[in-house]
Design a protein around this ligand. Structure first.
Ligand SMILES: *Cc1c(COP(=O)(O)O)cnc(C)c1O
Length: 357
């Protein structure tokens, strides 16, 4: 069936692959929802977005993305409430951010109507892929790549903006141990750390593998100049609780402006928690760990929501965090998820209702 719809061309899948998915033993990223959106950029304009069955696509081996890494992405989630209504969480922030990332990578910005029409259409077609219940969601991965062929080192004149979706369950259930990096860096002043550029991830895998060999699941990145300031945890923003104060680094060229990060700051303040957004020295948390005032460390990001960190290694010494009563990370995660799953009031107007009927 080919039907024009709100400016999109829609080709629906002949049959659903939903029954192939083992939702009880879900492996994140293994199964993709029946439909995807592909929109081509050529002749200086984004063409009509195409909704089509998910599947492989052909590309020239010389496509720029393979050689020069012109690629950006987003990560967002759709949630289903008890009445089968589908919600997105602050999707406009993801839309704005992919265009900020695109600009930095010389990729043309994507039109807002196309982004939201595509999301609404995909979630309507594939609403059965969104499961109810705590931790369940449909992870949405929009991305843009340079597709023009030719290995000359220059920005592509052709692009594809693609949206694919995959079912997800709660992620990182057990607390993780992290290694504070004193050598490798994720980003630098004037660099691309604030962009969700694919290469930031590629570049982080090797130092993360080295940390894994030492028994750590993630790296806490420090500033590239001095390695004295704490910046992010793996691919998450990072919060430290010293005493009853919650501290996180300000966003910058080097630190990604996470939607979860800013939501947690607002929720913590709403709860009356003292939040400080300022640079944090490695020495400060080592000191706090030694004198017992370091109560919690956690990462924030769409995939995990909040990932508790139970200890860290710095300069060859491991610091174990004590168990605390009524930890902030548990309380804030619940508050955030209650809003995401439409179980609580939404005083900040963060929820976005998807038209699935
Ligand atoms: C995506 C990402 C985050 C988290 O952003 P959210 O909007 O909360 O998902 C944090 N740090 C990095 C480096 C990221 O790529």
């Amino acid at each position: 069936m080919n039907t024009p719809h709100k400016g999109l061309d829609i080709t629906t899948a002949k049959s659903s692959r939903l029954d192939q998915v083992d939702f009880d033993n879900l492996v994140f990223g293994k199964y993709y929802a029946d439909h995807m959106m592909i929109c081509d950029y050529k002749d200086g304009a984004w063409q009509t977005p195409q909704i089509m069955p998910y599947g492989p696509m052909e590309m020239e081996p010389s496509s720029k993305v393979f050689h020069y890494g012109q690629a950006v992405f987003e990560g967002m989630k759709a949630f289903k409430d008890a009445d089968d209504k589908v919600w997105l969480f602050r999707p406009e922030d993801n839309f704005n951010r992919i265009n900020i990332s695109s600009k930095r990578m010389a990729i043309p910005e994507f039109p807002k109507e196309y982004f939201f029409d595509a999301l609404n259409t995909l979630l309507k077609l594939d609403s059965e892929w969104i499961k109810k219940g705590d931790g369940n969601s449909l992870y949405i991965r929009p991305f843009a790549i340079g597709t023009e062929y030719g290995v000359s080192a220059s920005p592509s004149n052709e692009y594809k903006f693609i949206i694919i979706c995959c079912p997800a369950k709660a992620y990182y259930s057990t607390p993780v141990k992290v290694l504070i990096s004193d050598h490798y860096s994720r980003s630098a002043d004037g660099g691309v750390g604030y962009a969700k550029a694919a290469g930031n991830y590629g570049a982080s895998f090797y130092p993360t593998n080295l940390a894994k060999e030492k028994g750590y699941q993630q790296v806490i990145w420090t500033d590239a100049n001095t390695h004295e300031y704490l910046e992010e945890a793996g691919t998450m923003n990072v919060f430290f609780r010293i005493g009853d104060k919650l501290i996180t680094a300000p966003t910058s060229d080097r630190i990604l402006d996470g939607v979860t990060r800013k939501s947690i700051i607002d929720l913590a303040k709403h709860e009356g928690i003292d939040v400080e957004v300022r640079r944090i020295k490695v020495g400060e948390i080592v000191e706090a760990a030694k004198n017992g005032t370091l109560k919690e460390i956690f990462g924030t990001g769409t995939a995990a929501t909040i990932a508790q960190i139970s200890g860290f290694e710095q300069d060859g010494t491991f610091y174990d965090l004590p168990e605390v009563e009524n930890p902030y990370n548990v309380k804030l995660k619940k508050m955030l998820q209650d809003i995401q799953y439409n179980r609580a009031e939404d005083p900040f107007d963060w929820r976005y209702a998807v038209e699935t009927k």
